[in-house]
Design a protein around this ligand. Structure first.
Ligand code: DX5
Ligand code: ZN
Length: 217
């Protein structure tokens, strides 16, 4: 099973976003994690569809939009048209099923995410129905938080369920990933490690190389 690194632009320099994305792409990255927050589902507001639309012109990478918003179905079309290749909504919101159905209809990667305090049983019914599970390993809303190792059993449970069904559904982990926590997530069964601070804070080239080594083992 191969595992990839997906940089979260939340920790990038917002004044130079296009440049930052091109830079990581030149270093071999092919998937970018875009954190969308609405100030309701999480206590923070970040970027919206217009920024994604502008970035789309700068990059050919897979755009993975992580919608930490109360109404993902209401805004689905905006994020699709802006150039998202995958849309992940949260199981904790009412419009989750509708958002997944829209992703499926449009043929983009359909993801479902769960917060640290949400039991894995809540997302088990989605095995076979989504293309990706996103296990949050921090409380969503901010970059730079500490990894919560207690979420790893959820990754393991999802990995077992996916493998038992012989599916190729992806598992992503997001929050507090660094060279110490990423190998634990890989061991538990993730395919995609999302990292913001561990990529964009400091020397990006060195960070990516260190993170790739930690992920590859
Ligand atoms: C948190 C976001 C994450 C965040 C991760 O709500 O979903 O994607 O950017 O940042 P780090 O890697 O710094 O924990
Ligand atoms: Zn995220």
């Amino acid at each position: 099973m191969s595992t990839k690194l997906s940089p979260s632009i939340l920790s990038a320099d917002f004044a130079r976003l296009g440049e930052e994305v091109r830079r990581v792409e030149a270093l071999g990255i092919d998937e970018i994690h875009i954190d969308v927050m609405d100030g309701h589902f999480v206590p923070n507001i970040t970027i919206g569809a217009p920024v994604i639309r502008s970035l789309r012109k700068e990059s050919r990478a897979f755009f993975d939009s992580h919608l930490m918003i109360e109404r993902p179905a209401r805004y689905f079309e905006d994020f699709l048209k802006a150039g998202s290749d995958g849309i992940t909504c949260h199981v904790e919101v009412k419009e989750a099923d509708e958002c997944i159905a829209l992703s499926k209809k449009e043929g983009i990667r359909a993801g479902i995410s769960l917060n640290p305090e949400t039991a894995v049983e809540k997302v088990m019914p989605y095995v076979g129905k989504v293309d990706m599970f996103l296990v949050m390993s921090v409380h969503p809303g901010f970059g730079g938080q500490k990894f919560m190792p207690e979420v790893l059993p959820k990754v393991e449970a999802l990995r077992r369920a996916i493998d038992e069904e012989g599916l190729d559904t992806l598992i992503q982990i997001d929050g507090g990933m660094n060279t110490e926590s990423a190998p634990l997530a890989v061991k538990a069964g993730v395919n995609i490690v999302v990292a913001g601070s561990a990529v964009f804070k400091g020397d990006v080239e060195e960070n990516i190389s260190r993170m790739m080594k930690a992920i590859m083992g």
